[in-house]
Every structure is written in structure tokens, then in C-alpha cells.
Design a protein around this ligand. Structure first.
Ligand SMILES: Cc1cc2nc3c(=O)[nH]c(=O)nc-3n(C[C@H](O)[C@H](O)[C@H](O)COP(=O)(O)O)c2cc1C
Length: 257
């Protein structure tokens, strides 16, 4: 069976949603697998060499400014020339995730990947676009914390002579809620993994974290307000005047002369 190469295309060193999705998808894909990261130009050569020995490649990417992150774009340009030179013909899949709740926002990214395949002589086999990717990070941090708290509660209940299994029941409910929130993501990732295993075309599918949009926006607003307070102050920039040597100011002023 041909090897499947999975590439985490997030530039983040830690806690990348793409890395998490890549590992989960990898668990569902049958056969031999290789996992690599594309963060810096230094990673490119290793990935290109791994492509030579792979029958299928899965790009797992974040959506940046409605498209492919720039460091991936420059890699694709290099890969296009490399694949043409070596006459590679592997099958290409993509799993994209984005911050907004609508998974369909990944459509332009999917089109870039499809065009890359057409230009490189590779076989585009579709992918999955996942909305609300940030929530997956929240969930994967929360779950081990809640598991730990469950163990502590069980211990405390045992000491106090209370029902030891009660915290397990609460934890079970939380896991159930998580599975419900992620049911679309799990289903479409498993479906894609089955296609990758068979080497067939999966088409493009879009899914999301199963939260109503207004709830997601509320939580996102709270989350980013807290982040903004911790990373420089909530009013940073709001009342500051543009600096005299600000590039934008100079260019605009010149243009209007
Ligand atoms: C520079 C930058 C640009 C982004 N642009 C978009 C965007 O256009 N639309 C969107 O829905 N999310 C956008 N996001 C959010 C990311 O897609 C989202 O946080 C994703 O889960 C990051 O995945 P990662 O952890 O694997 O890098 C952007 C994030 C960054 C840092």
C-alpha cells in the first residue's frame, strides 16, 4: 500500500489546530503514514523528498486572510517545479480549518490547492473545510483539565464516603457534549480518511463546530477581549495618533499631492 504523507502547514510551534487535526486524521487513515511540519523554508527539502516516496499527500492547513498562508504559498511554487521535474503523480487531499464559524470560508483555499494540483500534474482528490477551528483548541485543553478534576472529585468523594461514580457521570456528559459539538468534524474527517485509504476522490465538504453562530460569536468576543487585555491592553491603538514617519501616512499624503 502507498505511503500517506501528512503535512501540518501551521506556522505555530505549539498548540496548532492543524497539528491536532492532522494527528486525529492520521489515526483514521489506514496504511503507512509519515507526519511532517511545514513552518520554515528549512522544512521544505525534507517534505519534497518525502513526496517522492508517497502515493498520497494530505495538506492540513489554517485559513489565513481567506487563503493559503504565505509560507505555504511559496512552498507550493517550489513544489510545482519539483513535481514537474521528477514527474510525480501523487494524489492530493486538503484539510483546512478557520477561525470563523462557517467552514465554507475555506473554499478559496481549496481552489488554490486544486489549481496547484492542475499546474503540477498531481491528482486533486478533494478535502474538508472546518469552521470554528479555534474551538477545537479550547476543547482539547479543557478535556484533560476536566478529566483531572474528575479524578480529584472522585478522590474527595471517596474520602467523604460519597458516591465515587458521580463525577464520572458528569465527565461522561461533558464528553457527550464534545462529541455532539464535533460530530460534523468527526464524520467528514472519517469520511475523508476512508477515501484517502482507498485513494479515491472525496470531493469538497464543509463542516463546522455545531454551535449556533450567535453563541459562537459571543464566546469568540469574550475570548478575544481577554486575549487583547493580556497581550497589550484593550485600548491599545484606539486613541493613538499615527506616528509622523508612519509609511501609510506619507504614501497617502504623496498620492494626494
Ligand atoms: C494571520 C491570520 C489570518 C487569519 N485569517 C483568517 C480568515 O481570513 N478567516 C478565518 O476564518 N480565520 C482566519 N484566521 C484564523 C485561523 O484560521 C484559525 O485561528 C486557525 O484555527 C488557526 O489554525 P492553526 O492553529 O493550525 O494555525 C487567521 C489567523 C491568522 C493568525
Amino acid at each position: 500500500m502507498e505511503k500517506t504523507l501528512l503535512i501540518n502547514c501551521s506556522p505555530k510551534k505549539k498548540l496548532s489546530v492543524s497539528g491536532f487535526i492532522m494527528r486525529c486524521a492520521g489515526l483514521m487513515i489506514r496504511g503507512e503514514k509519515e507526519y511532517l511540519c511545514l513552518r520554515t523554508p528549512a522544512d521544505r527539502e525534507r517534505i519534497l523528498q518525502a513526496m517522492v516516496t508517497s502515493g498520497k499527500v494530505v495538506f492540513v492547513l489554517p485559513l489565513y486572510v481567506d487563503g493559503v498562508p504565505s509560507h505555504v504559498l511559496s512552498f507550493l511554487k517550489e513544489a510545482e517545479a519539483f513535481c514537474g521535474e521528477k514527474g510525480l503523480r501523487m494524489k492530493v487531499y486538503a484539510i483546512a480549518n478557520n477561525g470563523f464559524i462557517e467552514g465554507r470560508q475555506n473554499e478559496p483555499l481549496m481552489q488554490v490547492m486544486e489549481n496547484f494540483c492542475a499546474r503540477s500534474g498531481l491528482e486533486w482528490c478533494g478535502g474538508v473545510g472546518i469552521g470554528g477551528g479555534v474551538m477545537l483548541n479550547v476543547e482539547r485543553i479543557m478535556m484533560p483539565v476536566m478529566f483531572g478534576l474528575t479524578l480529584v472529585n472522585m478522590l474527595l468523594n471517596a474520602v467523604q464516603g460519597l458516591n465515587v461514580l458521580e463525577p464520572v457521570w458528569s465527565f461522561g456528559i461533558s464528553v457527550g457534549e464534545l462529541l455532539l459539538l464535533c460530530c460534523g468534524i468527526i464524520f467528514f474527517t472519517a469520511r475523508l480518511a476512508a477515501h484517502i485509504g482507498r485513494g479515491t476522490n472525496a470531493g469538497k465538504r464543509y463542516t463546522r463546530v455545531m454551535l449556533p453562530s450567535f453563541v459562537f460569536i459571543l464566546f469568540a468576543d469574550i475570548f478575544f477581549t481577554i486575549i487583547s487585555v493580556f497581550q497589550g491592553g484593550i485600548f491599545r491603538g484606539w486613541f493613538s495618533r499615527p506616528k509622523p514617519d508612519d509609511d501609510c501616512g506619507i504614501i497617502v499624503a504623496k498620492d494626494h499631492q
